[in-house]
Design a binder for this molecule. Sequence first.
Ligand code: HEC
Ligand code: HEC
Length: 522
Amino acid sequence: MRLRAVLDILFRIAIIGVGLSMPIWLYLAELRPRVLMHRAGDDLRALAAACDQALRTADASAETRDRLDAAQASRLEHALEIGRLPCKRYAALTEQLLSEGVSRHALAALRLAATADPSYPDLRAGRADVEALDAHLRVAARLYGLAPLPVKEDVPDPKFRLGKRLFFDPALSGQGERSCATCHGLAAATAGGAALEARLDVSPEWLPNVPARNVPDLWNRDHNDVSAMLWDGRLQALTTAGQGAFVLPETLVTGRFENLMALQSVRPIFVPVEMLGEPGASNALAPDAAGTPAPEAVLARVARRLFGDDARGQSEAESYRALFRESYGVATADEVRPSHLGNALAHYIEIEFQSRDTPWDRYLAGDLSAISEDQKRGALLFYGIGKCAVCHSGAIFSDFGFHSVGVPDRRDEKDLGRVYATGMPGDRFLFRTPPLRNVTLTAPYFHNGQAGTLVEAIRQHLDPYRNARVYAEDGAHLMEPAEIDAISPILASHALITDDQIELLIDFLESLEDRGAGAMSR
Ligand code: HEC
Ligand code: HEC
C-alpha cells in the first residue's frame, strides 16, 4: 500500500515536472535555434553572399589561368584565396549552428535567400567584425608580401637643390617658356590634370610617331620595381643591376646616368614637342634647322645657358655655378655632362615625390586604426575578388607589365601602345600598369585621359568589352578587332563587383594618398 502511494506521488511529481519543464523543452527544440538563427542571420547572410561571389569569381577565372605567365597566375591564385576567406568563416558558423540544433533546412533557405537577392549583399552589408577584416588582411599581407614603403631621408643637399631649381626652370626649354612643372604640375600632384599633354606647336617633321598622352605622375619612380618608363615602356632597364643596360628611343650615351629616371629626366629637353620646340635660328638650344638635334649638343647648350644667365634673383649659394660645383665638383659649363642634369633632376624627384606617411603604410606597420572599416573592406576587394593586385601589385601598385583594359581611343591616330617599344604586332594596344599611390589626386585617368573619375576608371576594368560594339562618329567600329583581342584575360571573365563595392575600392585607394601630396594640390 505504502509503496503504491509513494510511487503514485512520485509519478505525479514526474508528470508535474515534465509539465513544468515543457517550456524549457519547447525552447530547446524550437525557439532556441530560431533565436540563434536570428542573431547570426545578418553575418550568415553576408558571409554566404561573399563566399558565393568568391566561388563564382573563381569559376569564371578557371580558364584564364593557362593564358597567364607564372607570376600573374600565382597572384591570381592569391586573389582567389583571399576572396574565399569568408567561406571558411561561413563554414565555421554553420557548423556551430548545426551543433546547437539549427536545422540544415533553415540554413539552406537562408543561403538561397542571400545569394539570390538581386542587390547581392556585399561586404558592406555584412557586419563582419573588424577583427575578422584585420585577420583577413593579415592573410593578404602574407600572401602578397606587403610591407610599408620605406622612406628616404629628406636632406636638402646641393644636388637636391640643383634638381629642384632645374625642375622649375624654363631655361631648359628652347623658347624659355616651359619647365618640367608645366606638364608635371603640382596642382594635380605632378600629373598635370589635363587628359593629354600640351605639346608644342612644331612642323610635322618634328612630330614623334607616338600620339600625345596623359601626363603620368612622378611618385616613387626611383623604386626598384620601376623597370620600365612611359606608357609603353619605350624606356627600359634591361637588367636590374648594372649601368648602361638601358633601352631608350634616342641615341644618348647612358653610362653615367644613375637610373632610369635620370635618363627620362633629360629626354623632354631635347624632344621638340615637349620642351625643345621647333629647331631653327630663333631656338637658343637647337639653332640648326637641319637634321635631328643631337641630345648631347642640346644639353651642352642648356648648361651654358644656365651658367651664362646665372644670377636671376638667386643668392650666390643657390647659383647654378655653386650648386654644380658642390654637387659634382665641376667649375665651368663645359664640364657639365648630360648625366649631371639628369641625376640631379632624378634626385630631386625621388626625394620630393616619394609618398610618405600614408594611412595604408601605417596600417601595414601595425596601426590597425590607421584606416577605416570601409577602407579595410576595399583592401580585401582589391587583393581578393576584385583581382586588382594581380596587375597593381607590389609596394607601388604596379607589376610594370603591359596589359589592355579595353580603353577606347577616339582619335584618328590611335595610340598603339607597347608596339612602339618592341615592334611586335602582339604588343599592340598594351599599356604599362600605372602605379596607384596618390591616384586619388591625379585625374583624369588612362594613357589618353579617357576616364574622368575613379568610378569610371574602375568600371572600365569591370566591363572591358563595353565599347566593343560601339560605333565611332564616322560610322566605323570604335574598336578594331585587334584592340578587342588585346583585352587582358584576367579581366575578361565577367566581374561580379557591385556599385557599392566600387565605392569601397575607392575608399581603399584613398588610403594610398599621402598628406604632403594632398597639400601640394591645394
Ligand atoms: C609637354 C609636357 C611635358 C613636359 C614639359 C615634361 N614631361 Fe615628363 N612626361 C610627359 C608625358 C606625356 C610623359 C609620358 C610619355 C609617354 O608615355 O610616352 C612623361 C613621362 C615622364 C616620366 C616617366 C614617368 C613614368 O612613370 O613613366 C618622367 C620621370 C618625367 N616625365 C619627368 C620629366 C622631367 C624631369 C621633365 C623636365 C625636364 C619633364 N618630365 C617634362 C609630359 C611632359
Ligand atoms: C590586367 C591587369 C589589371 C588589372 C587586373 C587591374 N588593372 Fe587597373 N590598370 C591596368 C592598366 C594596364 C591600366 C592603364 C590602362 C590604359 O591607360 O589604357 C590601369 C589603370 C588603372 C587606373 C587608372 C590609373 C591612372 O593613373 O591612369 C586605376 C584607378 C586602376 N587601374 C585601378 C584598378 C582597380 C581598382 C582594379 C581592380 C578592380 C584594377 N585596376 C585591376 C591594369 C590592370
